[in-house]
Design a protein around this ligand. Structure first.
Ligand SMILES: [Zn+2]
Length: 533
């Protein structure tokens, strides 16, 4: 029977019934019942005691299920039951698409069940191909894709430091449109990084209008997190302007006040964002709970003019007497911005692994050179990843408390033991709970969980996730608050997080009694596109 033959109200009723879970009946069995836990439903409500019944990959019931039976009972007495955590800024996409790392162990150990990939304007531009690669690898967490502006620009214009021609602009629009058609949740940009830095605000607004037509969001590694170019406050204003003019939800990703010259600026950022919100602009932000960031050596210290034309052009400039001198002087300045060479620690450098985990100061002393000269010598042979200790607790805390602040890791997925990555790759979510909720009381547990669940799902319009309620998808974490821990440190980062007792992904037990399973329950997600266009 076709719906067109039915009265309209009846057809609507059938559609509604198909979209929500069937009503609970006493004789119904469940796949799993998580019993007696403290339910944090993800909305920010304080915990309440309830049983949670899972069936067919969905949450079938939340309430008193004492008389109901299940194929498997999980005793959650004394434990918290929450929606699976959503990481809105993750560099795990590349790793997850490989057979060696598709297990996503460091993610599941943190309670992360969904990651948003292609952040900072970087990553795959062909969403369909990336989706196929992820599915072929067999993922254990869900992946939501973003269209990366920097990669789109590079595909069309290379590393050119100029405005696009009308034809190039149309090709970029077409790539963004194709990405949205293929299931992306929005656009990521990185006007801080080359080649995204070569784009003016108008270019970002233009492409964001395409994204807005699909109901997507905008997430940006902002143009300046310190005082490199336009300055931190103006960079946040740019995000706000894009939200206002392109009319879409905008996110200042991994928001921070980077370096001594902007320490304390978090108060100004909060008031700018609050004012924009009062004016009707949908501005949000996300943050990782550490006072150190991570990027590449050139990302941290090399001015963008020196990156036009790519790596070969950079190496030529290093060797050029005039340009090399100007470059060196600007690197000295950037080192001051970041608080000095002892605040830069190397993560990974294949040409010389002996510097991994050591500081730039150490490398300079070993080579008996100034830090800026050590930087230039390193850049001649590669571009090592660095951790940069550059934030103030006061700023991190103030930003964290804002109701529009989500949690993100900005983490990578690397083989365990390889290099000295930022510990956020292993510990972000447990760390926010342990350090900022339990030990320092910066925020309440329910608010922290909300920043990891329903807020991200709302901002990025991820259907049926981020909340613990009947009919939602069964992405669920069960954690032991007393044992939640992030043993990963800056000197010893390859340590899995602790305290996530059970993790369900699409109803499958990805972590059971603290042990990671082997089944691939993850999916590449698609937005719901009803009435958007
Ligand atoms: Zn970034």
């Amino acid at each position: 029977m076709r719906f067109s033959h039915l009265p309209r109200a009846l057809a609507a009723g059938i559609l509604l019934a198909a979209a929500t879970a069937p009503p609970l009946r006493a004789q119904d069995g469940y796949d799993v019942i998580i019993r007696n836990g403290r339910v944090l439903d993800g909305t920010g409500n304080p915990w309440y005691r309830a049983d949670v019944g899972l069936r067919g990959g969905r949450i079938a019931a939340v309430g008193d299920l004492a008389g109901a039976r299940a194929a498997r009972d999980v005793d959650a007495a004394g434990l918290y039951v929450a929606p699976g955590f959503i990481d809105v800024h993750s560099h795990a996409g590349e790793g997850l698409a490989t057979a060696a790392l598709s297990h996503g162990r460091p993610l599941l150990a943190q309670g992360i069940t969904t990651v948003l990939v292609n952040p900072d304007g970087g990553g795959a531009t062909d969403m369909a191909r990336q989706r196929a690669a992820l599915q072929a690898a067999g993922i254990r967490v869900n992946v939501a894709q973003m269209v990366p502006h920097g990669s789109v620009r590079q595909r069309v214009m290379g590393m050119a430091d100029r405005a696009p021609t009308p034809a190039e602009m149309e090709r970029m629009r077409a790539l963004v449109r194709a990405g949205m058609e293929e299931g992306a949740f929005g656009i990521s940009t990185g006007p801080w990084y080359a080649p995204g830095s070569f784009a003016k605000t108008e270019e970002l607004i233009d492409l964001s209008k395409v994204v807005a037509g699909y109901g997507g969001a905008y997430s940006s590694h902002i143009r300046d997190e310190a005082d490199y170019s336009v300055g931190l406050v103006a960079a946040v204003d740019e995000v706000i302007r894009i939200g206002r003019e392109a009319k879409l939800r905008v996110v200042a990703t991994h928001l921070k006040a980077l370096g001594p010259r902007v320490w304390g600026y978090s108060a100004a950022l909060v008031s700018r964002i609050d004012r924009a919100r009062a004016e009707g602009v949908e501005v949000f932000a996300d943050q990782y709970p550490y006072t150190a960031s991570a990027t590449s050596l050139s990302g941290a210290l090399v001015p963008r003019w020196a990156l036009a034309g790519g790596d070969t052009a950079l190496r030529r400039r290093i060797g050029d007497p005039a340009e090399g001198a100007r470059l060196r002087a600007e690197i000295v300045e950037s080192l001051h911005r970041r608080g000095g060479a002892e605040r830069i620690q190397f993560r990974r450098h294949r040409p010389d692994p002996t510097i991994e985990g050591k500081t730039l100061q150490w490398a300079a002393e070993r080579g008996r050179v100034q830090p800026a000269d050590a930087v230039l010598a390193l850049l001649r042979v590669g571009n090592p990843g660095v951790v940069s200790f550059n934030m103030l607790d006061e700023d991190v805390d103030r930003l964290m408390k804002q109701p529009w602040m989500m949690t993100s890791s900005d983490g990578d997925l690397v083989p365990m033991g390889e290099g000295v990555p930022h510990p956020r790759s292993y510990g972000t979510y447990p760390r926010k709970i342990r350090e900022y909720v339990v030990e320092r009381g910066v925020m309440e547990l329910a608010a922290a969980v909300r920043s990891m669940t329903s807020l991200p799902a709302t901002v990025f319009r991820i259907p049926d996730r981020g909340v613990l309620r009947e009919g939602a998808v069964a992405d669920v974490v069960v954690f032991d608050l007393a044992r939640v821990n992030d043993p990963a440190t800056f000197s010893d980062p390859h340590r899995l997080a602790e305290g996530m007792v059970h993790v369900f992904v699409n109803g499958g037990d990805a972590v059971r009694d603290g042990r990671l399973g082997t089944a691939t329950y993850g999916r590449v997600l698609s937005p719901r596109r009803s009435g958007e266009r």
